[in-house]
Design a protein around this ligand. Structure first.
Ligand code: FE2
Ligand code: FE2
Length: 407
């Protein structure tokens, strides 16, 4: 199976996976033979690539021996990352399989993170307890939301907002305008002609979609100057982006309206970690070292030694910024979605985080695959067989956006 751009498809080829539009509507089924009018349909609906069976490819997989050795080696290196999850669970089993396949195809290797934890002394006394209490008492000043993001939030909340309203806000920032125009002209949307103004982009793509995209970009930009020795922001943004995109595609698949809210929930789910890395670099590196030393999940070590985890810290920031409540619920419970008021969207973000970590696309500091909340998963009512198509769409969109956001 190979992924082929729409403009390279020839009629007569066979689909290796079903094709759905951005709203999750089925366009063509797996196994269907491509006809000339199908290629036109893909272009109209913004499908920029599809998975084909038996297409020409130069993959090593053409040599069965090389392929099976590569898979075995990758399975062995990836398995330790899954030590906190139940590999026999059908959803995790499928995620593991896709993770191995994806890492083989994209040559993603499991790397050490350079933390020499055995020799590192971890001064426990420097670990600050009860961060939330301190934050509530306002002893720690959290970053202010940029005024632009605040105006964008107002546009999002107002159902009467027009294309001109959003264009007026976005155009106040030339850098945000440039990034947005690059995104709308990328294969993420695959629009037929070049878009040169924000108002044109809004009229084609929608006010909510563009405003939320802009809000997510401007919120992450608050932290863009964290020094590289504290956190690799490029890697952090990659993790955030793949979780946002997976959440969005999952939402479309489940026919949940306002997929853009799920996108921004995924994009900002680990926002609390940026507060830790930015404002408490010593404590962060201590907690990071402890999690590696004890082979424990980072968010569990955070809770143990800081009195709260990054999900709670992120919510604190969202409350201060008065971001929409739906984002707060999804972000607050992304490690335990069965506790959320609305468990389905929170479970989608939870699943996106598990998959994003499994694929090895970027990192927010967590080494291990977070465990699946099985109660929440059962309520989601999603067949694991849907993962391959969903992950295929999200990773394709990821490649289009990653180059732009990390430029
Ligand atoms: Fe997290
Ligand atoms: Fe995460």
């Amino acid at each position: 199976m190979v992924v082929v751009p729409t403009d390279k498809i020839k009629s007569g080829q066979i689909l290796a996976a079903e094709v759905r539009d951005i709203n999750g509507r089925l366009l063509l089924s797996k196994g269907q033979t491509i006809e000339p009018n199908h290629i036109r349909i893909f272009k109209i609906w913004g499908i920029s690539e599809v998975q084909l069976a038996g297409a020409d490819g130069n993959s090593d997989a053409s040599d069965p021996q090389v392929a099976s050795a590569m898979i075995e080696q990758t399975e062995n290196s990836v398995k330790p990352l899954f030590c906190h999850v139940d590999l026999e669970h059908p959803a995790i089993k499928e995620i593991f399989r896709i993770s191995v396949q994806f890492r083989c195809e994209h040559e993603i290797v499991v790397e050490g993170d350079g933390l020499n934890v055995d020799n590192q002394s971890i001064p426990r006394q420097s670990l600050e307890k009860d961060f939330l209490k301190k934050l509530r008492k306002k002893k720690i000043i959290l970053p202010e939301i940029p005024s632009l993001a605040f105006q964008l939030k107002k546009v999002i909340e107002n159902p009467m907002s027009s294309a001109e309203d959003i264009a007026r806000v976005v155009s106040r920032s030339p850098s945000l305008t440039a990034v947005l125009l690059k995104i709308v002209n990328s294969s993420f949307y695959s629009l037929p002609s070049k878009i040169s103004t924000v108002s044109h982009a809004v009229s084609l793509i929608g006010t909510q979609e563009i405003s939320v995209l802009a809000l997510g970009i401007s919120v992450l930009s608050v932290f863009k100057n964290i020094p590289k020795q504290t956190i690799d922001m490029r890697s952090f943004i990659r993790h955030s982006l793949i979780c946002g995109l997976l959440s969005r595609v999952f939402a479309a698949y489940k026919n949940i309206p306002h997929t853009e809210q799920l996108f921004v929930s995924g994009l900002l789910h680990d926002l609390g970690r940026l507060i830790l890395y930015n404002y408490f670099p010593d404590e962060s590196s201590n907690v990071l070292a402890l999690s590696r030393k004890r082979n424990n999940l980072l968010y569990k070590e955070e809770k143990k030694y800081l009195g709260c985890d990054h999900a709670q810290l992120g919510v604190q920031l969202m409350r201060q910024w008065k971001l929409p409540l739906v984002l707060e619920d999804n972000i607050s419970h992304h490690h335990k979605p069965s506790d959320a008021h609305q468990s389905v969207p929170a479970t989608i973000v939870h699943l996106a985080d598990i998959i994003g970590n499994s694929l090895g696309i970027g990192s927010s500091g967590e080494k291990y695959i977070p465990p699946l909340d099985e109660n929440a998963w059962d309520k989601l009512n999603l067949p694991p067989s849907s993962f391959e198509t969903i992950i295929g769409q999200a990773t394709h969109q990821f490649h289009a956006l990653d180059r732009i956001l990390n430029a």
